[in-house]
Design a protein around this ligand. Structure first.
Ligand SMILES: [Zn+2]
Ligand SMILES: [Zn+2]
Length: 254
């Protein structure tokens, strides 16, 4: 029925929504409400995909304002996002591909409802706690599913972290923000990020902290291993290895 979106049930109440290997969203079904976390590229109707799984009232939360997470918002009536990413989202939705998508589907972006650090989203028997993590974007958030000890991290913690974009904060600021949320290690066992195919262990958090620290300290030249060039969609940058085959993409060390 769908050519792009594939649903994978990861655990009781947790579904991974894979948009053609390009972006990942999630559905968490509580006893009273269900949460959709990110909506991917919007080419296919992610709301209909979700509705085939649950008829619970929905709350949609964006982990941040990038196109591959918010474009699918057009299929929903309301979306929650950290207001610090509103301007970024506005810029992203001026793109030609998004305007074409809106025209083709006769839909538009729904209004954003603010969520902030410390907010709690109650799904009945399950709770999502909003944890701000500015870095990849200013308004980036993580969501802690407390009862299941799972941390949804969007693009803020992953194996291929993009810190080379204009909207990314300086690495030193990101490092401070990462350290500020070190309590997540005691609250979560596993991570689900915005481009994942399955769970990651929470140890990815420590690996990333060490990786960012190492990048700042060594200027990308640690242990005699020089960072290597990386070409991405619209530019060139460098990547710094960390952990087990992971990289941080960056331009200059700020
Ligand atoms: Zn992103
Ligand atoms: Zn992304």
């Amino acid at each position: 029925m769908y050519e792009r979106i594939r649903v994978k049930k990861l655990a009781d109440s947790i579904y991974l929504l894979d948009d053609y290997g390009e972006a990942t969203g999630y559905l968490v079904t509580g006893s009273e409400r269900a949460a959709v976390i990110d909506t991917m590229n919007g080419i296919e109707d992610v709301h209909a995909v979700v509705r085939a799984i649950t008829d619970l009232p929905l709350v949609l939360i964006n982990t941040h304002g990038h196109c591959d997470h918010i474009f699918g918002n057009i299929y929903f009536e309301e979306a929650c996002m950290n207001p610090a990413d509103n301007t970024l989202a506005e810029e992203q939705t001026q793109r030609k591909e998004f305007l074409n998508l809106c025209r083709a589907t006769n839909r538009k972006l729904p209004p954003f409802k603010p969520v902030n650090d410390g907010d709690t989203i109650n799904l009945g028997n399950l709770t999502l706690k909003v944890i701000a993590l500015p870095g990849h974007t200013t308004g980036g958030i993580c969501l802690l599913l407390e009862e299941k000890r799972i941390l949804f991290t969007g693009d803020s913690i992953n194996h291929h972290l993009w810190m080379q974009l204009d909207e990314c904060l300086p690495l030193s600021v990101f490092l401070e923000n990462l350290k500020r949320i070190s309590f997540v290690k005691t609250k979560a066992d596993r991570i689900l990020h915005g481009h994942a195919q399955d769970f990651d262990d929470i140890s990815l958090y420590d690996e990333l902290v060490d990786g960012v620290q190492d990048l700042i300290t060594t200027g990308g030249k640690g242990d005699g291993i020089f960072d290597y060039a990386y070409k991405w969609m619209t530019g060139k940058c460098r990547q710094h290895p960390f952990g087990n085959g992971s990289v941080i993409c960056y331009n200059k060390i700020k």
